[in-house]
Ligand binder design. Structure first.
Ligand code: XUL
Ligand code: CO
Length: 438
């Protein structure tokens, strides 16, 4: 049966199209630098926002009209799978991502929850035999159920740690079963509310123990995929341990986990941490830790994780700039951890939202590629740091000098000349490329 019967397969029609159900810029087959847009962008649909979320907010109940909502329990879970693969096919999207509780209802015991999952996982596996859409990543939701009130792997209660381990064990088995390309850890409640009741060292040590056990189990079952930490500074926890990429990296280094983990970087989490999206991508990239991306955007007027579809061309361009400089995302992708606004409650809005995000990232890709090709920023940056390519600068970079020599050098300087950073000129260049590239 069809859940989106009024929507046909979305085709690329080009920038002059006025058809709202068409891609204007995302042409999956278009080749850019030897790779297709589909290969470079690796778009993914987030199951939770698209098939589970109903628009509930702290002030009101759900508004979403979804034809699968007439079902309940396992029947609802099955209907969602049918709707999901219909949407994947119609959007022609290569990946999807889910939490365990998105795909199947929790039972009254862990064993029952696992059984429910088994039913749906085998149904998804069947669909995947004929669908092109693959699993970008899955994860275990260890933040919604009240048992995680004080955290999961960082809970003061060892029973919760054990329960969480069982959940991740199962999720890793599901990843293996469905051929996931990555596995994600987002530590939604791995943090603390107040230091007055918190043993921060034990909590962080335990989190590392948990990750090591996950690594061991993945090896045991032959699941050879990147593990991804998804940093977020706060919400729901006041102080989250994986605050941002730099904090997460220090954690991974301290606990000898860098061989197994990279980062899944989410735009709205970056801005909540007081960074730009591109700052987080750059920090991961220069450390060889850029794994995947949760593509969305926040709202500067609102201080929380609004998870909007990423339509900001400026931000998407600078994000794609980092991704291309990284040589792509490898096994990662651009996962739309994005939800339609509460007022966009019709099922067709799910298509408009994804089309908007896919087109906006396709534009970002093309503009970023041209910026790189023309060295529009690189040549300026190279020139700006050129003092390190010869003389005393080269000695510094090559480790051939010391404070004695540098003092001697500084003492004979009569004048220090700096050059302008040209911020405004460079911003104008980006605008020019945004308007002229397409
Ligand atoms: C929450 C968030 C999660 C993770 C997966 O802010 O981004 O949905 O992406 O748990
Ligand atoms: Co996310």
């Amino acid at each position: 049966m069809a859940y989106f019967e009024n929507v046909n397969k979305i085709q690329f029609e080009g920038a002059s199209s006025t058809n709202p159900f068409a891609f204007k810029y995302y042409n999956p087959e278009e080749v850019i630098n030897g790779k297709t847009m589909e290969e470079l962008l690796r778009f993914s649909v987030a199951y939770w926002h698209t098939f589970n979320a109903d628009g509930t907010d702290p002030f009101g109940v759900g508004t979403a009209q979804r034809s699968w909502d007439r079902f309940s329990g396992l029947d609802l879970a099955k209907a969602r799978v049918e709707a999901a693969f219909e949407l994947f096919e119609k959007l022609n999207v290569p990946f999807f991502a889910f939490h365990d509780v998105d795909i199947a209802p929790e039972g009254s015991t862990l064993a029952e929850s696992n059984e429910n999952q088994d039913v749906i996982v085998s149904m998804i596996k069947d669909y995947m035999k004929t669908s092109k859409t693959k699993l970008l990543w899955n994860t275990a939701n260890m933040f919604s159920n009240p048992r995680y009130v004080h955290g999961a792997a960082t809970s003061p209660n060892a029973d919760v740690f054990a329960y969480s381990a069982a959940k991740v064990k199962k999720a890793l088995e599901v990843a293996k079963e469905l051929g996931a390309e990555n596995y994600v850890f987002w530590g939604g409640r791995e943090g603390y509310e107040t230091l007055l009741n918190t043993d921060m060292k034990l909590e962080q040590d335990n989190l590392a123990r948990f990750f090591h056990m996950a690594v061991d189990y993945a090896k045991e079952i032959g699941l050879n995929v990147p593990f991804l930490i998804e940093p977020k500074p706060k919400e729901p926890t006041k102080h989250q341990y994986d605050f941002d990429v730099a904090t997460g990296l220090a954690f991974l280094q301290k606990y000898n986990l860098t061989d197994y983990f990279k980062f899944n970087i989410e735009a709205n989490h970056a801005t909540l941490a007081g960074h730009t999206f591109e700052h987080e991508l750059r920090t991961a990239r220069i450390n060889g830790m850029l794994g995947s991306v949760d593509a969305n955007q926040g709202d500067t007027l609102l201080g929380w994780d609004t998870d909007e579809f990423p339509t900001d061309l400026y931000s998407n361009t600078l994000a794609m700039y980092e991704i291309l400089k990284n040589g792509g995302l490898g096994k990662g992708g651009l996962n739309f951890d994005s939800k339609v606004r509460r007022g966009s409650f019709e099922a067709e809005d799910l298509f408009h939202a994804h089309i908007a995000g896919m087109d906006a990232f396709a534009i970002g890709l093309k503009v970023a590629n041209k910026l790189i090709e023309d060295k529009a920023l690189d040549s300026f940056v190279e020139e700006r740091y050129s003092s390190y390519t010869n003389g005393i600068g080269l000695d510094i970079v090559e480790g051939k000098t010391n404070f004695h020599e540098l003092e001697k050098y500084a003492l004979q300087l009569t004048e220090i000349k700096n050059t302008s950073g040209r911020t405004e000129r460079l911003k104008a260049t980006i605008n020019q490329y945004l308007l002229q590239t397409l």
